[in-house]
Design a protein around this ligand. Structure first.
Ligand SMILES: [Zn+2]
Length: 413
């Protein structure tokens, strides 16, 4: 069985969990289909979001086994220019702050195609990637980044440490929200670092999800939606103390969390971190209200977006989508936007081109399709790259093409 429903909170193990938002029965957001013959047999799972009434962690309880989700994964980091620039800057900052040199080891969990570790390797730092997606781990190794093809957990961390010794830095970006047992995961990260080492993670921030109505970032891979309050709780349980939290503008707004081992001398989170959690309490993140309000706003958003698209199609306009990201599939499925409204979507990822979007079965074409069969309106599903996309599509805009940015409010540009 590839799906099960858990009954307890991932952070505090409490059993009082309230569902506040249902996005319906949805296929897996990254399960693109190869041929129309697969449409009928597509599997769907509940996409319901819960709040723990004890510790307020926002989470999904429907869990798809990791083998199903990540062994043949088609998200490749290297395909976006915005991410490439982000990686380069990231490696530069960490190398200087942590004084990394020839002997230092940097380990990245969920290292994808090795794009980030390459930025460290070229600075002379030793690197090790951990990436369970076999096809993507192979790409990383071909680029010269040693990569372990396993799912990360505490047991694997112990093995790696006994083989490679401790790391100066462990990086785990956009993976903590994916794991069913985040405490075990963080305990593994703590196991890997040397005494003065750092664990650096990035997670999409719940505050941005709520403020910018980014409900499309909810899909089965993202099991948790973290507040600072809930992160403090998880890190403590893993023997880690948070020394710094920064807001970073990737993936619609994320938190970058720097943590170190808890020692007798340094046993508490940094005061600025405690202050961020206090601010969240002032915004009632520990109460049910903001989540109930969010659910109401999500339902209203669907009505507005569908009305706009139906009106345009009714006027005889041709609509396509830009980007076939996982979040686009949550949006399309929840709003019921299928081939009746969108002729096709374009994407730069060669692993997606020629396939069909899960659930809504819109064909994925190469970006060049925008010249061959230009639409009047382009729904920007990869809205976090909207600026980059609009710059690249300056020619489309010059010929009169318009863009629709779907969230937080549907906007025509
Ligand atoms: Zn809880």
């Amino acid at each position: 069985m590839s799906h099960y429903k858990r009954s307890t909170c991932r952070a505090c193990r409490g059993a009082r969990l309230e569902a506040f938002l249902s996005l319906g029965q949805q296929p897996l957001a990254n399960s693109f289909l190869s041929t129309p013959s697969e449409f009928a047999g597509e599997k769907r799972y509940p996409l319901d979001v819960y709040r723990c009434e004890s510790c307020s962690l926002i989470q999904l309880l429907d869990v798809i086994t990791q083998d199903e989700l990540f062994r043949d994964y088609i998200y490749v980091t290297g395909t976006s220019e915005t991410i490439a620039r982000h990686n380069e800057q990231y490696a530069k900052t960490v190398t200087s702050e942590m004084q990394l040199g020839q002997g230092s080891l940097v380990i990245e969990v969920a290292s994808n195609d090795g794009s980030l570790l390459q930025c460290f390797a070229k600075r002379g730092v030793k690197t090790l990637g951990i990436e369970p997606a076999r096809n993507i781990a192979r790409t990383a190794r071909e680029r010269g980044i040693p990569t372990v093809e396993e799912f990360f957990n505490y047991d694997l961390a112990r093995e790696i440490r006994s083989e490679k010794g401790p790391a100066r830095v462990v990086i785990a970006n956009n993976v903590l929200a994916h794991v069913d047992e985040p405490i075990d995961f963080l305990t593994g990260c703590a196991e890997l670092i040397e005494e003065s080492g750092r664990v650096i993670t990035e997670v999409p921030y719940l505050g941005d999800l709520l403020d910018a109505l980014e409900y499309d970032t909810i899909y089965h891979e993202h099991l948790c939606y973290f507040s600072v309050m809930s992160l403090m709780e998880l890190y403590e349980r893993a023997g880690l103390m948070i020394v710094r939290i920064q807001r970073v503008p990737v993936h619609g707004g994320s938190l970058r969390i720097l943590a170190r081992l808890r020692t007798k001398e340094m046993s508490g989170h940094a005061p600025e971190v405690v202050e961020l959690a206090d601010e969240e309490r002032r915004r009632n993140y520990d109460k049910p209200d903001p989540y109930r309000d969010f659910a109401v706003a999500v339902a209203q958003h669907r009505e507005k977006l569908v009305a706009l698209l139906e009106e345009l199609v009714g006027q005889g306009k041709a609509l396509s989508g830009y980007g076939a990201p996982a979040k686009g599939n949550t949006l399309l499925n929840y709003c019921g936007i299928d081939r009746e409204l969108l002729k096709y979507v374009v994407d730069r990822n060669p692993l997606k081109i020629g396939r069909y979007t899960p659930g809504t079965h819109v064909p994925v074409k190469p970006v060049s399709e925008l010249e061959n069969d230009p639409p009047d309106y382009l729904l920007v599903l990869a809205w976090n790259f909207a600026d980059e996309i609009m710059q690249q599509q300056i020619e489309y805009a010059r010929r009169g093409g318009r863009f629709i940015i779907p969230v937080p409010e549907p906007r025509v540009i």
